[in-house]
Unconditional design. Structure first.
Lengths: 128, 240
């Protein structure tokens, strides 16, 4: 539920930047949500699209969210692996085959420690 | 010249789009306030601990027992975060320790600006005196508080026996961000299917540097290790 506070601070940041660049309107906002940032993408988008209506300058801004795939370090073989989160539709299938647990693709260990991925970054603004 | 179409005419400039690379964290404002809080807390002479857990894991009871164990030798202040009521602050005050209640009025976590306000009230209570240890008891929630640095020196996450030992794996962001995980209510272990080994192992997969301790504030089992951890923290804090 903290997505709403984060969307609010994003809008404040955008308004400050628009003023700094003497822009009248913000058209596009590009944000990176790290896979381990603890932010739910849909809730964040939902919050942003409601809150933006309070401000003329960002009222029509389109939010583009980039969500990089999660990276893990294997605590046994120390190698790094990128393992995308399974899609909702794939989860049931994986669970049915008993393959729900992530495994290191190099050595098969299940001791995979999340690597980085906690970032929440405002990357780019398109203004006019 | 116009960036969009390359024209030289001023009349064309209504489509003067501008792309700015920003590359700044959404949490920048919170981080700045958190850094300032840390500085403030150090100026007060204290070490601060952010306590995070689900509602009902025993944060306030842990604080009550900790105050009883340390109040003669350590000057403690407490900031309580809750959605509503002064109940937790009242419990702490009953132990003779200054407590500030922050009620978020619905928000699911504390953030650095709220804690900033709380620090000023604690300072006022001390009437110019210093603190050794400040506890910030976050709103009971195992998800949202993890994202917000409050200016603490150590983050302690509690996991109680009835919640189940699968919680580190299910709430990785929170457990990964901790310095210490406290497995609480161990006096209930005979009644629940909780594996201390599983909770410890899965916490350490998320963050191999993490410390994990098990205790019961009711029976006192394991409590000495927690008090030892706090005393060591106070003895080794570089700013004190």
């Amino acid at each position: 539920m903290h997505e709403l506070s984060l969307a609010q601070s994003l809008i404040e940041q955008i308004l400050a930047l628009a003023m700094e660049h003497e822009a009248g309107r913000v058209n596009r906002v590009v944000v990176t949500l790290g896979p381990f940032s603890g932010v739910v993408r849909d809730s964040f988008e939902f919050g942003f699209n409601i809150l933006k209506k309070d401000h003329e300058k960002v009222g029509d801004a389109v939010l583009e969210l980039e969500t990089p795939d999660p990276e893990y370090v294997c605590l046994d073989c120390k190698k790094v692996a990128v393992i995308p989160f399974p899609k909702q539709s794939e989860r049931l299938e994986l669970a049915r085959c008993g393959l729900a647990a992530k495994k290191c693709p190099w050595c098969g260990s299940n001791r995979l420690s999340p690597k980085g991925g906690t970032e929440l970054i405002l990357n780019q603004l398109e203004m006019e | 010249m116009c960036d969009t179409c390359g024209c030289q005419l001023h009349e064309h400039h209504q489509h003067d789009h501008k792309v700015v690379e920003v590359n700044r964290s959404l949490l920048e404002a919170n981080r700045k306030q958190a850094d300032s809080n840390r500085h403030h807390i150090e100026h007060m002479g204290a070490v601060a601990i952010n306590l995070i857990s689900s509602p009902g894991s025993g944060k306030t009871t842990l604080l009550e027992r900790t105050i009883e164990a340390l109040r003669d030798t350590v000057k403690i202040g407490v900031i309580e975060g809750d959605i509503e009521t002064e109940r937790d602050a009242d419990r702490i005050r009953a132990k003779g320790v200054p407590a500030v209640q922050l009620t978020t009025g619905g928000a699911c976590h504390l953030d650095a600006p709220m804690v900033h306000g709380g620090l000023h009230v604690l300072e006022h209570f001390a009437k110019g005196g210093k603190y050794d240890l400040i506890f910030i008891e976050n709103v009971g929630n195992l998800v949202c508080p993890a994202t917000f640095d409050l200016g603490e020196h150590q983050r302690v996450v509690l996991l109680s026996t009835p919640e189940g030992s699968d919680k580190p794996a299910k709430y990785p962001a929170t457990f990964k961000s901790a310095n210490l995980v406290l497995l609480t209510k161990t006096d209930l272990l005979p009644h629940f299917d909780f594996s201390v080994e599983e909770a410890t192992r899965e916490s350490l997969v998320l963050n191999p540097e993490l410390q994990v301790m098990a205790l019961s504030a009711t029976s006192g089992e394991g409590f000495d290790a927690w008090i030892g951890y706090l005393k060591n923290l106070l003895a080794t804090a570089s700013h004190r």
